[in-house]
Design a protein. Structure first.
Length: 509
């Protein structure tokens, strides 16, 4: 799962590199990012959260207790409901945007954003379908191939920049619609990429009326609050970017690039681990095996801590070299590098909290508790808006980074407190011990990375692509080795187990 997600995230980063060189971080880039953010939010809410979190336990229950025939029938009812509901929302949104454009008088940048949003909104329907298909495949034990659907999505979007956008016109305002077409084609490809593996499992689609179906009703009841509970970070990003667009036309694009950099480790370790843990935790909760539930949750959080702390330390220490290497090409200049790097440095300390929130929210879902994470996330969402409104005007995209880190930290604290009350005890002693040991270790690794990057820049500079790469990978690689060796020396269980697993796989090869 992590390997497939890593491939997807790397290609996603390549996509952002191509995007940055093509449109920079100006007003047109911000208009596209904001327009895409609205339908793309549903991918994050559904594909990485609420729909699969609500649907997988029900799907597994049907499989175990009522047989495959009822399982597939219930799946078709849910899919039919998704098509009907998402199609209606898409039609209303497109109609509303069209009326607003016809009746209103907007600035050129705002008008471009609304036109792009109208064009790309049907992507919502496609990612909703993809989310259901992926959830079904995961529940049947398929993780690698469904995760590769995002690889297909990124390949199509990259191709739209390289081969389609240049033929859409001479001005960037015209060429940007080539990227919008790529978004729709990519969504279509990702959804139908899942069908062959499901077909081999015996799935065949047929319309099942969703209006009074009990499975659809149960999924909806769990999904709606869950869409807030499991994806507060993504909702925060969208809401804060909406009003940031009017504070400064380049803030949205600049902050988006830093968020994309954060999503590489978050997606590889946080989302993939959370996706894998949900069926396991749901099964343990259904069997009333609470000691095993606590142990599995603790082990998952320990692995996450081990992986994400070093990623956060390297991102913080090497923010400028990383952004320079990845994005500083074409229309993306040195000034944009400094601004994105500052935003990344403000987001990096919250990486572990962002990822832990995903896992803890799924622990609540496995225990059939939707309301608790929903209430916590609503509170944190409100606080994030307050922090963002307070900080965005003086500190621009850096203020947004600080606001998201603060709200995610509070969200984590409240989730831990609520889960401890629900389970009487959490059994997170291993996680606490891992944090106490690895936080100083990560600080040491970060200092090593920053010092080596400073020496590299002083002695060799960063004038060429090769030297820019060396300024990232040499200090970053040394920092990772230092971090890993210190963790092994201190006998951190997660470090030892991951090392043993890697050595076993290497010997098999």
């Amino acid at each position: 799962m992590a390997a497939a997600t890593l491939t997807s995230r790397v290609l996603g980063m390549v996509r952002e590199i191509v995007y940055a060189a093509f449109m920079g971080n100006g007003a047109v880039a911000s208009a596209f990012v904001l327009a895409f953010q609205v339908p793309n939010l549903f991918r994050r809410l559904l594909g990485e959260g609420a729909l699969t979190a609500a649907f997988i336990p029900i799907f597994k229950h049907k499989e175990v207790n009522e047989g495959e025939t009822e399982m597939w029938r219930s799946a078709n009812a849910v899919i039919s409901g998704v098509v009907a509901a998402a199609g209606a929302v898409t039609a209303l949104a497109v109609l509303g945007i069209s009326l607003a454009l016809a009746a209103g008088s907007f600035e050129d940048d705002t008008q471009l954003m609304l036109r792009l949003l109208r064009f790309m909104f049907p992507y919502m329907l496609l990612v909703c379908l993809a989310a259901v298909f992926i959830g079904m495949a995961n529940a049947r034990g398929h993780f690698f191939v469904p995760a590769l659907g995002a690889v297909v999505l990124n390949l199509v979007m990259i191709a739209s920049v390289l081969f389609l956008a240049p033929h859409m016109g001479r001005r960037l305002e015209e060429q940007i619609f080539g990227l919008a077409i790529g978004v729709l084609v990519a969504g279509l490809a990702q959804a139908f990429f899942q069908l062959p593996s499901l077909s081999r499992e015996g799935y065949r689609y047929e319309w099942v009326s969703p209006w009074r179906d009990p499975t659809v009703r149960e999924v909806v009841q769990k999904m709606l609050p869950g869409s807030i509970g499991v994806a507060a970070f993504q909702i925060n990003v969208l809401v804060t970017q909406c009003f940031s667009f009017w504070f400064g036309k380049s803030i949205v694009a600049t902050f988006n690039y830093s968020v994309r950099l954060m999503e590489l480790p978050q997606g590889m370790f946080g989302i993939s681990l959370a996706t894998y843990l949900l069926p396991t935790l749901a099964g343990l909760a259904a069997a009333k095996k609470l000691p095993e539930f606590r142990q599995t949750l603790s082990q998952g959080l320990s692995y996450l801590t081990f992986a994400n702390l070093i990623a956060a330390a390297v991102a913080l220490a090497l923010s400028v070299p990383i952004v320079r290497l990845i994005f500083e090409h074409g229309k993306f200049g040195p000034d944009a590098t400094q601004r994105v790097a500052l935003s990344l440095a403000c987001l990096a300390p919250g990486l572990l909290m962002f990822s832990m929130n995903n896992i803890l929210a799924r622990a609540f879902y496995a225990l059939n508790d939707i309301k608790t994470p929903m209430k916590i996330s609503i509170l944190c969402l409100g606080l994030n808006l307050v922090f963002a409104l307070w900080l965005v005007r003086p500190y621009r995209e850096a203020g947004l980074g600080v606001a998201n880190t603060l709200s995610a930290s509070l969200n984590l604290g409240l989730l831990v407190y609520a889960l401890r009350r629900k389970l009487s005890r959490l059994g997170l002693e291993e996680v606490v011990h891992t944090l106490l040991v690895l936080v100083p270790d990560a600080v040491l690794a970060g200092v090593v990375a920053a010092a080596l990057a400073w020496l590299w820049d002083r002695q060799l500079g960063h004038a060429t692509l090769l030297r820019q790469g060396g300024m990232v990978f040499v200090p970053g690689g040394v920092a990772v080795v230092v971090y890993w060796l210190v963790a092994l020396w201190l006998k951190v269980p997660a470090a030892r187990e991951v090392t043993d697993l890697a050595l076993q796989r290497f010997r098999r090869v």
